[in-house]
Design a protein around this ligand. Sequence first.
Ligand code: PEP
Ligand code: MN
Length: 337
Amino acid sequence: MIIIVKNNGSKKQLDNLTDWIKSMGLDIHYSKGETSTVLGVIGDTSKVDIDLLRSLDIVENVTRIQEPYKKANRKFHPEDTIIDVGGNLIGGNHFHMIAGPCSVESETQIIEIAKAVKAAGATLLRGGAFKPRTSPYAFQGMRAEGIKLLLKAKAETGMPIVTEIMSISHLDSFRDVDVIQVGARNMQNFELLKELGKTDKPILLKRGFANTIEEWLMSAEYIMSEGNEKVMLCERGIRTFEPSTRNTLDLSAIPVLKELTHLPIIVDPSHASGLARLVPPLSLAAVGAGADGLIIEVHNNPSKALCDGAQSITPNQFETLANKVKTMLPLVGKEMN
Ligand code: PEP
Ligand code: MN
């Protein structure tokens, strides 16, 4: 970290600043210039409050050279993290397609979709049981009963299941869930993240719709710093000024994340676009940009879906897409599954 201090401050102000930095166990390298002095702060600066530093009268500017996240940082873990989900390896040169409905609606619905997406090449089954809906009057999901139905679909097909948690008070219902999803709306629910960090479940951490990549990685750090390093990141679109899609898929986040972190990156083109016909092209774009997998909403009857029908593709469309993805994977050095 580099702190530029003004030379017109008092000696007491400078001493207060340097004593404070040293009290945090950090060393300082001084370089005095004409109008300002550069303090090179040496050591682990991840706990330093950069905004507090910037607010000091004597401080002209502060720049971080080290990212504030450690466990998620590729600098300290150069090789890709590979997460084992029921024998499916996620990350590295593996590629996975996670598919299923937005919400579990009934036993026949989830089992029919699970069988169809498995036959088309999906390796993990998604399905919302606890649903974060914008309106309290909209379908809220089948809750714990929905998880039971997902487990039935798992028993029928052998596919591990991915489902969203909204409150740590529901954790008991997630005992047999393979991957716990943290939705966009909870990306910065730090108490939830800390508790999930104490479990040994793989976590699919979706990006908040107004969050920067660094904030997202800090949320991953919350989980990892509690001991659970099995975190996958999910880019699901961010809110921009563009109204023609539900969100804007931030494709550039994929190669940026590949530089910054070793964690697997999954892309959700369904929530990113909000429109079924945009799901195939965005999926292929995500493969091209280096994603480690896709999570796609598939419904056997999209027009009757209780949630997100407009962005759900059919099992047939999913199969066509999965075949295109397979043909693209060698170009990016990956293999299906
Ligand atoms: C979901 O995956 O069902 C969901 C609600 O997604 P997001 O949190 O990205 O909106
Ligand atoms: Mn949905």
